[in-house]
Ligand binder design. Structure first.
Ligand code: SF4
Length: 340
């Protein structure tokens, strides 16, 4: 059954933290807080357009949901619970910080039907967390993650490769530690310099240099590959190209690309095909039609790179987990192994 999120953005509400990369309002695009009446009308509007036969979750994004006052959390959750009890909504998803999780909080969330918690982990390197002003250490992440899993709530983890103090190795180790935690899903957001943030000052002072797009793709490729190999659902790679983020001057610098995931997918195939070309010369590729655009790459980059040697055709007898190159069946796992 198709799954839909009904997104509700709660701005910097109740958050006393100052993460260097955060300008909450710029990211969510909503300057004001959401009232319970507004929440109800957002849900009603979405319910009018979403198919009846689908799984629907109300998703509180944008802030530290469990950092707001318990009364307000209860008011928001109470509105959604009414729809859950009527069978119109299937669950609640929310994002928060690892240090805003406790047994009491989880008890409350479960009572109101919260099904998924996404933790803004960002890194599992103690120095990177410190330099980014996150205000917790990696142990807190492990603790919160196991509490969420023990409570029977699905766990999502967000990582931000490219934060201050990070390196390819540190970000990859963070990702490996995330695999060890075993979340149900991950989001990967390469770090961008957003205006009005502490990071913007660091950028102009020269104490922070963001990754280039090329560096970010190279850094994310192995991270993406180990998540996929571990069977973790990668629900997003790169910030959504929403209108507010595309406004002139919002992104000061950094590896933003509206199809970042496609770049990563294309690069995974490119690494493999380069090796194959060195061995065989020609590249006669067959793949399921759903894989063709990933292999060809964003704007046909791989077709251009490999030029005349690159031939690709549809063969729907192949599964999504395999391709054929020069008559040899290659599994997705082999392709992923090539970039880790
Ligand atoms: S990223 Fe989250 S925790 Fe950090 S300052 Fe922004 S809202 Fe607060």
């Amino acid at each position: 059954m198709k799954h839909y999120n009904i997104p509700v953005f709660i701005s910097h509400f109740g958050c006393p933290n100052s993460c260097v990369f955060c300008n909450q309002k710029k990211i969510t695009g909503i300057e004001t807080d959401v009232t319970t009446d507004e929440l109800e009308s957002i849900i009603e509007d979405y319910l009018k357009t979403l198919p009846k036969e689908s799984k629907k979750e109300v998703a509180f994004f944008g802030g530290t949901f469990t950092g707001i006052s318990v009364d307000l959390q209860k008011s928001y959750l109470g509105v959604v619970k009414k729809y859950i009890d009527q069978g119109k909504i299937d669950g609640i998803r929310l994002s928060t910080r690892p240090d805003y999780i406790s047994h009491e909080i989880l008890f409350l969330l479960k009572e109101y039907g919260v099904t998924t918690i996404e933790l803004g982990v960002q890194s599992l390197d103690a120095d990177v967390l410190k330099l980014s002003g996150r205000g917790y250490n990696p142990e807190k992440v492990f603790e919160a993650s196991s509490m969420i899993k023990e409570a029977g709530i699905s766990l999502g983890i967000q990582l931000m490769p490219g934060l201050p103090g990070s390196t390819n190795e540190k970000d990859f180790i963070s990702a490996k530690k995330v695999v060890g935690i075993g979340p149900d899903m991950v989001r990967i957001y390469p770090t961008l310099v957003i205006n009005g943030t502490q990071m913007e000052k660091m950028y102009y002072e020269g104490s922070f240099v963001p990754m280039t797009l090329r560096e970010a793709v190279d850094r994310v490729v192995p991270i993406y590959a180990i998540f996929e190999k571990s069977g973790i659902n990668i629900i997003r790679v790169g910030l959504q190209p929403s209108d507010d983020i595309r406004e002139e001057g919002v992104i000061v610098d950094g590896p933003f690309h509206p199809a970042f995931r496609e770049l990563v997918e294309g690069e995974i195939y490119s690494v493999f095909l380069k090796k194959k070309q060195a061995e065989d010369g020609d590249l006669d590729i067959k793949a399921n039609e759903k894989n063709i655009s990933k292999i060809v790459g964003n704007k046909g980059i791989n077709r251009k790179t490999f030029g005349k040697n690159f031939k690709i055709s549809i063969d729907n007898s192949l599964s999504l987990k395999e391709i054929s190159v020069n008559g040899n069946l290659i599994t997705r796992e082999e392709i992923l192994n090539g970039v880790i």
